[in-house]
Design a protein around this ligand. Structure first.
Ligand code: NCD
Length: 324
């Protein structure tokens, strides 16, 4: 990776990808999020950690959950939050990305939360900003979505306990275009999950996907046998260049998560989805709203995980060799 996200003490400088992060750092983010959530999920919503700091959210792609939960997280930490709307800004008048960044820096930003349709955009920005600014990748193309993966890991840990080495996880759907799947796979492997299965038609699996440390399945029934966690994904139609699927209907028939299929997983298996969900395309409504679904917990935990990440990054200039 061109931009190092860890400093010489092994502390987070930027949060760009899960790939290559040490296991203890992933646990430390989850531990801090756990403290913020408490036992009853009542998130601590006033902490002074980012008081006097300015967080600018730069979103070149639409978002509901990610942008809103980052905003709540930053406000909970007492930061000033600015939502830089690319559609109504001079970027849409052709201003170069670097000029936009220089202007935002001149407004005394401390943290940039960036979403961009191009893979590698967050790394590029992290390589350009002034040293005091931290960059958080809120999703770049099909490459990475590290805070989503961390809130997913926290959701698993809070429902299944800290026993990743015993867990079998199936990630189902459009693996090819999914930054979420890539970040989840890295996180699950770093945390030592017993098995990570990816499930999709051949056209929606990257070539040599096994190199990521997963088992590939084209058959949904086989893939769901005895899994502890089912992670569904949306079909990323905006990233599909050609007709990779005969139809949504055909996809649902072969890969849709129905109650009958979920019954093949362990009886206490949990069902996850990063959202936005497409009912009747990748998941049946009664499964999405059913007792095994933890989809809305994922959203709530997203606030705590993003507070934990912003908090770690916001502390960076005060760090000595012992603090991380
Ligand atoms: C995901 C994203 O944007 O990468 N959603 C999210 O962040 N909650 C997944 C998706 O768009 O399907």
């Amino acid at each position: 990776m061109p931009t190092q996200q860890l400093d010489q003490h092994g502390c987070l400088k930027h949060f760009l990808t899960i790939e290559g992060l040490p296991r203890h750092l992933l646990h430390s983010i989850m531990d801090q999020a756990d403290v913020l959530l408490g036992r009853d999920d009542q998130i601590i919503n006033k902490a002074p950690l980012l008081s006097g700091k300015t967080v600018i959210q730069i979103f070149f792609e639409d978002s509901t959950r990610t942008r809103t939960t980052f905003e709540i997280a930053a406000k909970n930490l007492s930061a000033n939050v600015v939502n830089f709307n690319v559609r109504t800004s001079s970027t849409s008048k052709g201003e170069h990305l670097l000029d936009t960044l220089r202007n935002l820096e001149a407004m005394h930003a401390d943290l940039f939360v960036v979403r961009h349709p191009q893979s590698g955009a967050a790394h590029f920005i992290a390589g350009q900003v002034k040293p005091h600014i931290a960059v958080v990748n809120a999703g770049d193309g099909r490459h990475a979505h590290p805070t989503q993966a961390m809130l997913d890991m926290l959701t698993i840990r809070r429902h299944k306990g800290d026993r990743f080495p015993e867990l079998r996880v199936a990630i189902v759907g459009d693996i090819l275009h999914s930054r979420v799947a890539r970040s989840q796979i890295h996180a699950l492997n770093i945390l030592g999950a017993a098995e990570v299965r990816v499930v999709a038609p051949k056209t929606l699996l990257p070539v040599h996907v096994e190199k990521l440390g997963v088992h590939a399945f084209n058959n949904m029934e086989e893939a769901l046998q005895d899994v502890d966690v089912v992670m569904m994904l949306r079909l990323q139609k905006e990233r599909m260049e050609a007709a990779l699927l005969p139809s949504e209907r055909a996809f649902y028939t072969a890969y849709g998560l129905t109650r009958a299929r979920l019954a093949l997983a362990k009886p206490d298996a949990i069902v996850m989805h990063p959202g936005p969900i497409n009912r009747g395309v990748e998941i049946a409504s009664d499964v999405a709203d059913g007792p095994q679904s933890v989809i809305l917990h994922q959203v709530s935990y997203g606030v705590a995980v993003r507070m934990a990440v912003l908090g770690l990054l916001g502390k960076k200039e005060k760090r000595g060799s012992d603090a991380c």
